[in-house]
Design a protein around this ligand. Structure first.
Ligand code: CMC
Length: 433
């Protein structure tokens, strides 16, 4: 035992009985009280709907200090990664724990590039959807269906198959998202081009048509790459926890990622980027901002300022800071820096931050506040915003999935409950009710 740092314990007292609970110390962040044996010893559960105070797993991938506005991937600050690295390098970092050597990076990029095409038979699967299907609906279905197409990478107990599934998902996600988009607008699917980098290839698959040449603007592909990087992982958020919970039962990786996509879709999570842009459009002009701020503060109105607030960040969201700079750059490049939506966004941010309601509740703009403005300026419809988030977050989901599977302490996720229903009673025949 380390005599200088004896193990810490917390003591819980229930009805005069004391229970010592071990305290686990992280490399950074708050200590964690280990309650795993609490039910066996004291016969009580803990209650924490929404997991506001519960660490559901051990992880060495991403760290957030919400009070200071810090986000680190494997120890590296997100602003440094966004400015100096690029998406596929960040993917490598998240998946394998260290920045790659030049040879490792080249090998990784080759492996991803060689898996960008999807099984040709999957094209028919797309065609089964209605044209007006939301691309997220198509993606939930198609990613889940990958388990029916790639049988040689569904065995989670085989390390090689886990690796192949990881590369396949990262490589094919842009192809699938672009196909969902093309299908929704009635244009032909565009095959990936392996001479383009990851972000440029995605823009090519979304915006080129067989009838004419399309050249990817390098500044736009850099902005696209930065959007991917800023969304790559975010600790134990709702969709990542969904992937972990699905995987804890031993489900195959494609099924788990489809579950993550479904969770991401909600407007409180990844769907906020679409909802935010729709809100900015609805506000329309800066003179209407006070009306919407008043609605957001009104407890009798369910309306919330989309793109504002975060469960963990009680200070600025470091991703939003980079995203705002990127929005300015892209809009200037495209000559739309007097875009009315951007004007409304900037003024809304200013007025909300000056309002005591938002200050007291520590509500700041989050990553979704500015991303939609850039994506719209690039030519994406709002329905594509959340699929772009999903394709960016895939690497985070996979890294966390792989980490969980290699954890010897892995158990099926099985929360308990505070039961508030009827106690046992006798069945009454229908004629007697
Ligand atoms: N507008 C107005 N009031 C808000 C907002 C908002 N956007 N967000 C939180 N509040 C208020 C909320 O009403 C509550 O007030 P009170 O204490 O008086 O009841 C207080 O702030 C705390 O809110 P909460 O709902 O208990 O906080 P939470 O941690 O459960 O929710 C959130 C976090 C992100 C779901 C929430 O802030 C929200 O709904 N924001 C808008 C949607 C959004 O932008 N989501 C994207 C999050 S970042 C990207 C991602 O995760 O995918």
């Amino acid at each position: 035992m380390d005599m200088a740092n004896p193990p810490k314990t917390a003591t819980l007292s229930i009805d005069g009985e004391s229970y010592d609970l071990p305290i686990m110390s992280p490399t950074d962040g708050p200590d964690v009280v280990d309650i795993r044996k609490l039910y066996a010893q004291a016969g009580v559960f803990t209650y924490d709907p929404g997991f506001t105070s519960t660490a559901a797993c051990e992880s060495a991938i991403t760290f957030i200090d919400g009070d200071k506005g810090v986000l680190l991937h494997r120890g590296y600050p997100i602003d440094q990664l966004a400015a100096q690295s690029h998406y596929l390098e960040v993917c490598y970092l998240l998946l394998y724990g260290e920045l790659p050597s030049p040879a490792e990076l080249e090998d990784f990029e080759n492996r991803v590039t060689m898996h960008t095409m999807i099984h040709e038979q999957m094209h028919n699967f797309f065609r089964g959807f209605r044209r007006d299907a939301h691309p997220m609906a198509t993606m939930v279905g198609v990613i889940g269906a990958m388990s029916a197409f790639y049988h040689d990478s569904t065995d989670i107990n085989d390390a090689w198959q886990r690796e192949v599934a990881s590369i396949r998902l990262i490589a094919k996600m842009p192809t699938i998202a672009a196909m969902a988009y093309k299908y929704s607008i009635g244009q032909p699917f565009v095959y990936p081009r392996n001479d383009l980098d990851y972000a440029a290839n995605f823009l090519h698959m979304c915006f080129s048509v067989p009838a004419q040449d399309y050249k990817v603007d390098p500044i736009l592909s850099r902005a696209m790459d930065r959007i991917f990087t800023l969304h790559a992982d975010h600790e134990q958020n709702a969709s990542t926890s969904t992937v972990r919970l699905a995987s804890s039962s031993g489900a195959n990786p494609f099924a788990c990622i489809a579950a993550g996509i479904a969770c991401l879709w909600g407007p409180a999570h990844g769907g906020a980027n679409q909802a935010c842009l729709e809100m900015l459009r609805e506000i329309g002009t800066v003179d209407r901002i006070p009306e919407f701020i008043a609605r957001a503060k009104d407890k009798n109105d369910p309306f919330r300022l989309m793109g504002f607030g975060h469960r963990v960040y009680k200070n600025h969201d470091p991703r939003a800071t980079v995203m705002k700079e990127s929005a300015d750059e892209v809009l200037e490049l495209l000559g739309v820096d007097n875009n009315p939506t951007l004007q409304v966004a900037k003024e809304l941010e200013k007025q909300a931050l000056a309002d005591p309601y938002f200050a007291e509740k520590k509500l700041f703009p989050n990553v979704d506040f500015y991303s939609g403005i850039i994506l719209e300026a690039m030519g994406f419809p709002t329905s594509m915003f959340t699929p772009i988030f999903a394709l960016s977050r895939t690497v985070g989901w996979i890294s966390q999935w792989k980490e969980q599977l290699s954890d010897p302490a892995l158990k099926i996720g099985r929360p308990r409950q505070l039961y508030t229903g009827e106690v046992a009673r006798d069945y009454v025949e229908v004629s007697k009710r």
